[in-house]
Write a protein that binds this ligand. Structure first.
Ligand SMILES: C[S@@+](CC[C@H](N)C(=O)[O-])C[C@H]1O[C@@H](n2cnc3c(N)ncnc32)[C@H](O)[C@@H]1O
Length: 251
C-alpha cells in the first residue's frame, strides 16, 4: 500500500517519488495550520465533533491510561483524553508537522489543558517510544497522509501495550451512489473554493479531496491492520460510510 512498484506513491491523484511525498504533505499542513480548526468546522458542518466523540467512546479510555494521539494536529482528541485520563494518566500528542503541533500546543495551553499532556514531533512510521508503552493509540484523519501506512501500523502495534487498542478514524468509501455523487460534487468544487476563501490555498483542499479518494476502503484497511498484527479488527461506518472508525486490539 505504501509504494507503487516503481518507487512512486500517491500524493492525491498524482504519482510522486516516494521520498518526496512527506515534504509535499508537510507543505499542505504548514499552509493550513493557522486556519485548520475553522476549516474543519466549516467543511464538515461541525460533524467532525461527533465522529471524534464516537472515537473517544469506542476507545474505552479510563483514568490513569497512557494515550497516544498520533497525527494529533491541533489536539481535538488530546483535549478530551486529557480530561478523562486525569492527573494519574498521560496523553502524548504526536505529529510530524511543527506548525500543527505549535497551533495545538498553544490552543490547549490557552484553554487550560496542562499537566498531563506531552507534545512530540514524530513520524508515524518511526515512533520514538519504547515497546508496549500505550494503552490506547488514536490516529484521526492522519493515516491517509502517511507515506508507508503498513510501516506506520506496525510501528503503532509495537508501542501499544498488550491488551491495548488502536483506533483509526479516517475518511472512507460510501456505497450509496447518491451520497457519493453529492460528496464528489461537494469535495471537488466547494472544498477548494472554501479553502481559497479562508486560507487563500485551494491546492491543499484539492489534495484533501483527492487523498480521501485514494485512501484504502474499509475492508482493505481492516486487512492492513490484521497484517500489522492487530486482532479483533472491526469497523463502524459513520455518515453513510464517508467516515469509518476501525478498531484493533494488540493481544
Ligand atoms: C487532517 S490533520 C488531522 C489532525 C487531527 N488528528 C484531527 O483529527 O483534527 C492530519 C495530521 O496528520 C499529520 N501527519 C501527516 N503525516 C504524518 C506522519 N507521517 N506522521 C505523523 N503525523 C502526520 C499532519 O501533520 C496533520 O497534523
Amino acid at each position: 500500500m505504501a509504494n507503487n512498484t516503481d518507487n512512486t506513491t500517491h500524493f492525491g491523484y498524482k504519482d510522486v517519488p516516494t521520498e518526496e511525498k512527506q515534504a509535499m504533505v508537510a507543505d499542505v499542513f504548514h499552509s493550513v495550520a493557522a486556519k485548520y480548526d475553522v476549516m474543519n468546522d466549516l467543511m464538515s458542518f461541525g460533524v467532525h465533533r461527533l465522529w471524534k466523540r464516537f472515537t473517544i467512546d469506542m476507545s474505552g479510555v479510563r483514568p490513569g491510561n497512557k494515550v497516544l494521539d498520533l497525527a494529533g494536529g491541533t489536539g481535538d482528541l488530546t483535549k478530551k483524553f486529557s480530561k478523562i485520563v486525569g492527573p494519574s494518566g498521560k496523553v502524548v500528542l504526536a505529529d510530524i508537522n511543527s506548525s500543527m503541533l505549535e497551533v495545538g500546543r498553544e490552543r490547549l495551553t490557552n484553554e487550560g489543558y496542562v499537566g498531563n499532556i506531552e507534545y512530540v514531533q514524530a513520524n508515524a512510521q518511526y515512533l520514538p517510544f519504547e515497546d508496549n508503552t500505550f494503552d490506547i493509540i488514536t490516529i484521526a484523519f492522519g493515516l491517509r497522509n502517511v507515506t508507508d501506512k503498513d510501516e506506520a501500523l506496525r510501528s503503532m502495534f509495537r508501542v501499544l501495550k498488550p491488551g491495548g487498542r488502536l483506533l483509526v478514524l479516517e475518511f472512507s468509501q460510501t456505497k450509496n451512489p447518491l451520497l457519493k455523487k453529492a460528496y464528489d460534487l461537494y469535495s471537488f468544487t466547494a472544498l477548494p473554493f472554501m479553502g481559497k476563501l479562508v486560507t487563500n490555498d485551494s491546492e491543499s483542499y484539492k489534495y484533501l479531496a483527492e487523498s480521501i479518494r485514494m485512501h484504502p476502503d474499509q475492508e482493505t484497511l481492516k486487512g492492513m491492520m490484521q497484517d500489522a498484527g492487530f486482532n479483533r479488527v472491526t469497523y463502524h461506518n459513520m455518515t453513510g460510510g464517508m467516515v469509518a472508525l476501525h478498531r484493533g486490539i494488540k493481544v
